[in-house]
Design a protein around this ligand. Sequence first.
Ligand SMILES: O=C(O)CCC(=O)C(=O)O
Ligand SMILES: [Fe+2]
Length: 460
Amino acid sequence: MCPSNTQTHAPGGTSELGSEDGGPEFDRGSHASTTATTASLSSRIASLAVCFEEDRREPYGPTVAEEPSDYYDSEGDASEEEEEEEEVEITEEEVMRLLDQQEPPFQVCSRLFFKQLPSLRLRQLTRQQLQQFRSTGFVIVDNFITQEASARIHSDALLLHRQGAFQEASALGVNDSNSKSYTDRRARGDSLTWLHVGRPPATNPTFVSLLMTLQELQGDLQQVMALRHRSAEYQLSYYPPNGAQYIKHRDAFPDSGAEEHQRRVTAIVYANPSWTASDGGKLRIWPPKTEPVGQAASPSASLSSFSPAASTCASPCASTAVHHGYHPQPGSGRGAPSSDSGSIWEQGSDTTSVRSEASCAATLRSEHGSQPGGSACGEAPAATSSLTELRRHPEDGGPTNGLRTSTDDPAAVEYAEYGGQAVIDISPVAGRLVLFLSGAVDHAVLPNFSARVAVTAWCQ
Ligand SMILES: O=C(O)CCC(=O)C(=O)O
Ligand SMILES: [Fe+2]
């Protein structure tokens, strides 16, 4: 018998289990990136068909063992063979739920990370940010791009939108017989256009720079985890100010690295200058449970792992998990609830190519002639792309990665509880990057009331 329900939700659509061409395309914005094509996930999904059938049969009638014996008398009969080959249609939500029951998704996706790290040559992320990402399945990095770059992306996106370059995401799946997901504008209210390197509109200098930055980010990730392609899918999205939302979903099935075309990391860069709390449009994430196998998971396990009480925030550096606007210092031990998750970065890693906290601060002091503060160490250690050159330094003023105590702060990142589960609500403020494991982190975009622009990279 299959285990009982979990809280995983994926809107709409059906999945054909056991079909030869693999599983469903889970996210309608994707170019089949979440299609299960290789043995591992496909066979797991195929095995779900049996499980699901049992689940479905149980409330209505006898189990197989209780069937009358003549039920199987037709062995070898053509009609029974047909029956055996019959595809079982279940929703993507059910596929995800059953996969999650087989193994916690964070656990599956955690196997993407290398155990031994080579020398790191990081351009966009710090070691601490990567540590946070590995420990919790997500990380938030403020000032990933500058306010100026965000403003340019925002205005260029709105211009493209006026020129008709965007398509409603909910309309994209309408003629796609493979999946009926997200065809409801109420479930997904954004419009999107794909950014293909070297092709308009990605040839616009604003997007060229951003894509370079994102490729450098991917380069950083590739040093610590299994990512197949240096390139990725890049999507420019626009949420109109009419309460548009994207209901709870996950971008990919949990994948430990066996799948050729599975999304593994979602990286969202927000480009919304002057965002206010009343603009809504927050990204809500459900932090994945990160307990070691066999340990009971409490609904607030992830929440407690980020308790602000443990953070001194002495050096704001990377913005990571927060509690009502707190940005705890990565590497403080918080946010590493899994017993083995905190150690990989300390073993056998090169330290010469990555600036330590101390050297980061020293460098900024000498470069800018002032004391480090704000988001100093959260800045890129060896950035080269043009957007990165424009990054905000702490002395520039404006938003910092420091402690934020007011929930009215439009940039605050807030913990909440929703349906008995810990969630984190993240404002889509200009320059912010949110990085998470595509196969492990459920998320949603809350109703939005201002022109909201983001660029998402899905790395495979
Ligand atoms: O824009 C966001 O904050 C998230 C969008 C999203 O979840 C998606 O496009 O899959
Ligand atoms: Fe998503």
